[in-house]
Design a protein around this ligand. Structure first.
Ligand code: FES
Ligand SMILES: [Fe+2]
Length: 444
């Protein structure tokens, strides 16, 4: 559990908060490139770290992320005219370039130099692999982008997607680093006999109470959750937390799986989850059942909302749940199941009410790292982990079977390195990971 004070400290990310300051030390994903599909396309309302911003792509293709309220008298720049390398406020015609410079002030006399004294807050943006990153911190020269392999794949080989979650970022993030829920929430009614013997999936269903070993690293922390495999062997599920909101989950085969999952706070109560992976068999990452999205709207919270949500109880099918037909929840789709439980905790769960067990070791360590880093930044200006070391993000996660007495950290050093090919690995060893049946009936 956390004290109420620490819970507030770790969850609140607005301007001026300790965790908000920590997050602003890093580059953060703001929007997908596809949200700004062409030069001079429509501006987009973006809520990010509790700030209302307007994203636009100018005539030259450069992306701007600018304060919502016009510096003149506050009209929303969302209504701005995106024209000739700038966004023109429709109220009195002031025009701003992507870096926030006021380039035209047509309602002032021509001889006035007032426009040179006005600058809008605008955050630098960089585009990589379909993702637009921004830096909202105070440095004149931002640090380098984190070297995440999943965001550095060749053109045509990557997949990037976003889904909004209506709860605090930490609830989503904690779901990713808590592997023990996997055999319950996602496969609670699946029997080991339904899995291929000798696969990771089989071991996961056979023993649902793994032991944990957690350790601090230069990027954050990582764990192995291990359980018996064949006699004399252990199946290790290795997953990572990387500052300030990234995870690499343990589902695939270590050395083969390339993944990064960002839990980016929109504000304290809403999160944009960004998923970075390779394309599977040349197509965008397959969408799971139940993951359908509403079309985006222009609302501050109108982007990437799921059709299955709290208002329709995530389309739970009680008959399917009761049938124990491989499924525990009756909620279609792994992502939707995660969404349902973490949103059901409330916008910000009061962690002083928890009862944490040994399976929560990684959750405990991750919170501790975040709290310590935020305090160290507040109290002594200590630069948080990874900010000036993009290379520490060159990591991989996943599962591996090792002899019982092996030191898993040493034994997996090579497999955990990004950008290293391992043609010897067979991804089929992970077994059946899509164990769900499609729902018999989806309630309206
Ligand atoms: S409020 Fe934008 S130009 Fe006046
Ligand atoms: Fe999950």
């Amino acid at each position: 559990m956390l004290s109420k004070q620490d819970n507030e400290l770790v969850c609140r990310v607005g301007p001026g908060t300790p965790m908000g300051r920590l997050m602003r030390e890093y580059w953060v994903p703001a929007v997908l490139s596809s949200e700004l599909p062409a030069a001079d396309s429509d501006p987009v309302r973006v809520m990010l770290l509790g700030e209302q911003l307007i994203a636009f792509r100018d005539s030259n293709g450069q992306v701007g992320l600018i304060q919502n309220n016009c510096p003149h008298r506050g009209a929303s720049l969302f209504f701005g005219r995106n024209e000739e390398a700038g966004l023109r406020c429709v109220y009195h015609g002031w025009k701003f370039s992507a870096d926030g410079t006021c380039v035209d002030m047509p309602n002032e006399p021509a001889e006035s130099d007032f426009k040179h004294k006005v600058k809008a807050t605008a955050y630098p943006c960089v585009e990589r692999n379909g993702l637009i990153w921004t830096y909202m911190g105070s440095r004149q020269t931002p640090p380098a982008l984190p070297d995440l392999e999943a965001n550095n794949l060749p053109d045509g080989a990557y997949s990037v997607s976003a889904i909004q979650r209506e709860s605090n970022y930490l609830q989503g993030l904690e779901g990713d680093i808590d592997t023990s829920h996997f055999s319950f929430l996602h496969f609670g009614a699946a029997m080991p006999e339904t899995a291929q013997p000798g696969t990771f999936h089989y071991y996961t269903l056979k023993d649902r109470a793994p032991r944990y070993q957690v350790l601090d690293t230069d990027f954050g922390c990582m764990y192995s959750a291990f359980r018996p495999a064949e006699p004399g062997q252990l199946y290790h599920r290795i997953a990572l937390f990387l500052f300030p909101f990234w995870t690499m989950i343990p589902t695939g085969v270590l050395g083969h799986q390339i993944i990064a999952r960002g839990w980016v706070p929109m504000d304290d109560d809403h999160t944009m989850f960004f998923s970075l992976t390779p394309k599977v068999r040349g197509v965008e990452r397959a969408t799971q059942p139940g993951m359908e999205l509403h079309p985006n709207t222009t609302d501050w919270f109108g982007r990437f909302r799921m059709l299955s949500n709290a208002a329709n109880d995530y389309r739970i099918d009680r008959a399917w749940q009761r049938a124990r037909d491989g499924d525990y929840t009756g909620i279609p789709g792994i992502h939707t199941q995660d969404q349902a439980v973490t949103e059901s905790m409330g916008k910000i769960f009061d962690r002083s009410q928890e009862h944490l067990g040994s399976s929560d070791a990684m959750v405990i360590r991750t919170r501790r790292r975040l709290l310590d880093a935020a305090r160290a930044l507040e109290e002594s200006g200590t630069i948080p982990p990874g900010v000036d070391h993009p290379e520490v993000y060159r990591q991989r996660s996943g599962g591996v079977v090792l002899p019982e007495a092996t030191n898993w950290v040493e034994a997996t050093a090579e497999l955990r390195k990004a950008y290293v090919p391992h043609p010897e690995l067979d991804p089929a060893i992970s077994g059946r990971i899509g164990g769900q049946q499609p729902p018999k009936r989806v309630p309206a």
